[in-house]
Design a protein around this ligand. Structure first.
Ligand code: KG4
Ligand code: ZN
Length: 332
């Protein structure tokens, strides 16, 4: 079975062809970053127009690279939410149009659920598992029992981790999106130079908070005066990244105390899981707790069509679901 996956919920127009044997035949990602960079964040109207502009080209490239014709596709999966509604409407409508014209099933995909089960596409991760999902829009810890059954045990009470990366980057005049550059700069910095707070450290639950950390960094920058030398920027990046990893480990530690006893593995996914420093810290923690640990390869951590196609494979049913409405908000 070959599934076409369509992702348009934020600033990537991506279409992939994935087989039920876990083979990624193609995964074309058109990033709009350059169009948003000068504004320091994603502008919804620009994003929607860019999706509309590119989706057909990305679709054709996905078929070309997979070396198949559209007639070989068994079903269409598309992100129907949550996300920026303009992009979500475009991906959903494009997917429904294709499914309708080919008379094949349309599978509406929850973008967050797709991130949550992506580690299963590239590894032998079996249900149930404990998931830490950290993206630009979400940060939570959940028990994942199947592609349709989850239980969130803690979530951010303010910003997401990815948003915090992007806002700290902005304070340091690093272009959007900040995450990858902060990771690069941190390699040249001293993670012990600044001690930033670990919000909710003494609250024995699985909830996160990032706004206090953001404020602490803003105050540190103000205290240092207006000019920051290169080394200071690297040191702030390293100390911040270290703090985020400590926040994650603190909350994973709380979560494993209350998780379902049948859980034997941890998965880390979403855009922030592209960060290899943090991933390594989580791996070390899991090994110490005698749990297996899984995280997608970097290109499947940030938004992509392959994760949508894979979620379509896991949630496959012969339903046509052409009446499914795009949703800007859609909790898992
Ligand atoms: O999952 P994603 O691509 O989009 C959403 O669903 O939100 O996540 C994007 C977020 C951005 O905030 C970006 O800064 C962050 O993931 N990110 C990273 C890294 N690469 C992307 N954060 C930290 N380190 C990275 N290497
Ligand atoms: Zn995402």
């Amino acid at each position: 079975m070959l599934i076409l996956g369509i992702e348009t919920s934020c600033d990537e127009t991506s279409i992939a062809v994935v087989s039920d044997k876990k083979k990624i035949l193609s995964n074309i990602v058109y990033s709009q970053i350059k169009q948003h960079q000068k504004y320091g964040g994603v502008i919804p109207e620009i994003a929607a127009r860019a999706h509309l502009d590119k989706i057909e080209e990305v679709f054709k490239s996905a078929l070309d690279e997979a070396n198949i014709t559209i007639k070989e596709i068994s079903a269409i999966a598309a992100t129907c939410g949550p996300g920026l509604i303009g992009g979500v409407i475009i991906g959903t409508s494009f997917g429904k149009g294709l499914a309708c014209s080919l008379d094949i099933p349309f599978i509406p995909i929850n973008h967050i659920m797709a991130h949550a089960i992506t580690p299963r596409l590239t590894s032998e991760l079996s249900y149930p598992y404990l998931l830490l999902l950290a993206s630009g829009g979400h940060t939570f810890i959940a028990e994942i029992f199947s592609a349709k059954k989850t239980n969130i045990i803690g979530r951010t009470i303010d910003d997401s981790a990815g948003e915090c990366f992007d806002k700290v980057a902005k304070m340091l005049s690093i272009p959007y999106p900040g995450g990858p550059t902060i990771e690069e700069y941190a390699k040249k910095g001293d993670k012990n130079r600044f001690q930033f707070p670990i919000p909710l450290k003494n609250k024995h639950n699985s909830d996160f908070s990032f706004s206090g950390l953001k404020t602490a960094i803003s105050n540190t920058i103000k205290d240092l005066g207006c000019y920051l030398d290169e080394q200071t920027i690297y040191d702030i990046c390293a100390s911040f990244q270290e703090t985020v990893s400590e926040i994650f480990i603190n909350k994973l530690n709380e979560s494993i105390k209350i998780m379902d006893p049948s859980i034997k593995s941890i998965a880390f996914s979403g855009g922030v899981s592209a960060n290899q420093f943090i991933t390594k810290k989580i791996k070390d923690f899991a090994i110490e707790k005698q749990l297996e640990v899984f995280s997608p390869p970097i290109n499947l951590c940030t938004d992509n069509g392959a994760m949508i196609a894979w979620c379509g494979i896991e949630q496959f049913s012969n339903n046509y679901e052409l009446d499914f409405d795009p949703k800007p908000r859609w909790p898992i």
